[in-house]
Design a protein around this ligand. Structure first.
Ligand code: SF4
Ligand code: F3S
Length: 381
């Protein structure tokens, strides 16, 4: 007679089968779950529940609308790997409508949008990508002869919650830069009677979308949000705090021109206009872009231009120097190799392990710090 399996063993077996079919090893998957749990600021005891949420057969219905934008956030999601975030997200939800991904078109796809909204009234998550033009009664963006404003009000009023993905949907983004000819506006300026979660970025990090959805699926509630409607676990810290070039900043070593010796040495980009000191996001700890461990703007040698921070990205001039909110070195940051200024040790910056190419180690440190601020995660919404 076969031995009875514990619930953990059963979970591991069902995971194995499902993951094997997707070509992902169970070990990589569980490592990924551990890292994403830490990134959400949840304790390690939640890993099994997070893994369960990912593999649950219940799918939350999602309607994904595109307005004034470049589709960069969707593209960024579709190109994320290790393991394929897009597969994880699309497996966790029932994506009932997305203009970019739907195979159908015209009346057929409009019908599926209406049917899904009717069937899942009050239960679906509305994801909005792109800003909403408000000038001239919204005529600058129309789909199926309806303005973006009309569509947002209609499907927004019937949703359980709204995720504004990217800077455009969060606060207007590049379209709202002065003189903002179309009156480009973020979702939360329009929808006032529903929780709106902002995930700004240009593009938004797909890991922030994944972890926000996972948080909701695991705990059945929305994550704590900051005063700009962003999940605190992802936007609670300045980029400057975990940047791999931070020791150079503290030591006063700066690149002065693109391509100069200091730039080649990996020095701090502050004097080239880096907005990391006034931009809240987790790019420096999570990294994204999936083209190697240095794949984030500063890692590739370009200053952060504050794409995710309202009032900084697309507002301040690109070479303008940032306001510095924190002038003392953080408790944990990258070490410089040798005592002579030299290359920054990426391993030092990451603090801990890589998960299939996605370095989430620094997030674990961030999560540890956050745990003292918010022991039991509660939703503000
Ligand atoms: Fe990194 Fe920019 Fe801060 Fe320099 S100013 S440490 S490059 S975030
Ligand atoms: Fe944007 Fe700066 Fe991150 S430019 S992607 S907020 S490093």
């Amino acid at each position: 007679m076969g031995k009875l399996l514990t619930s953990t063993e059963s979970l591991e077996m069902s995971l194995s089968n499902e993951l094997e079919a997707q070509g992902v090893s169970r070990r990589s998957f569980l490592k990924f779950c551990t890292a994403i749990t830490a990134a959400m600021g949840l304790p390690a005891t939640m890993v099994a529940r997070v893994a369960d949420a990912i593999t649950s057969p219940t799918r939350t219905p999602v309607i994904w609308l595109h307005f004034q934008e470049c589709t960069g956030c969707t593209e960024s999601l579709l190109r994320a790997t290790h393991p394929t975030v897009e597969e994880l997200v699309l497996d966790m939800i029932s994506l009932d409508y997305s203009e970019t991904l739907c195979a159908a078109a015209g009346h057929q796809v409009e019908k599926s949008l209406n049917d899904s909204a009717k069937l899942n009234e009050g239960k679906y998550i509305l994801v909005v990508e792109g800003s909403i033009p408000m000038k001239e009664d919204g005529i600058y963006c129309k789909i199926a002869d309806r303005t973006a404003l009309d569509i947002l009000n209609d499907y927004g009023s019937r949703a359980a919650a709204i995720v504004a993905i990217g800077s455009c949907a969060s606060w207007g983004g590049v379209q709202s830069a002065s003189p903002n000819p179309t009156g480009a506006t973020g979702v939360n300026e329009i929808i006032k009677d529903k929780p709106v979660i902002n995930l700004p970025g240009c593009p938004a990090s797909p890991y922030n979308l994944l972890s926000t959805i996972l948080y909701y699926l695991t705990l059945g509630k929305l994550p704590q949000l900051d005063s700009k409607g962003r999940p605190k676990f992802a936007y609670g810290r300045l980029i400057h705090e975990h940047c791999e070039r931070r020791p150079h900043f503290d030591a006063g070593r700066f690149a002065l021109e693109f391509g100069d010796d200091n730039h080649r040495e990996g020095y701090c980009l502050y004097k080239l206009g880096c907005k990391g000191p006034e931009t809240y996001n987790n790019c420096s700890s999570i990294l994204f872009g999936d083209v190697g461990s240095g794949a984030w703007p500063v890692g590739t040698g370009h200053p952060c231009f504050g794409c995710s921070e309202e009032g900084v990205g697309f507002t301040k001039h690109i070479h303008e120097q940032a306001d510095v909110f924190t002038d003392s070195p953080p408790a944990s940051y990258a070490q410089i190799s040798g005592d002579k200024p030299g290359g920054v040790s990426i391993a030092g910056a990451a603090v801990a392990g890589a998960v299939g190419g996605v370095i989430l180690g620094a997030s674990a440190v961030a999560a540890k710090k956050m745990k003292s601020e918010e022991t039991a995660p509660e939703s503000d919404a």
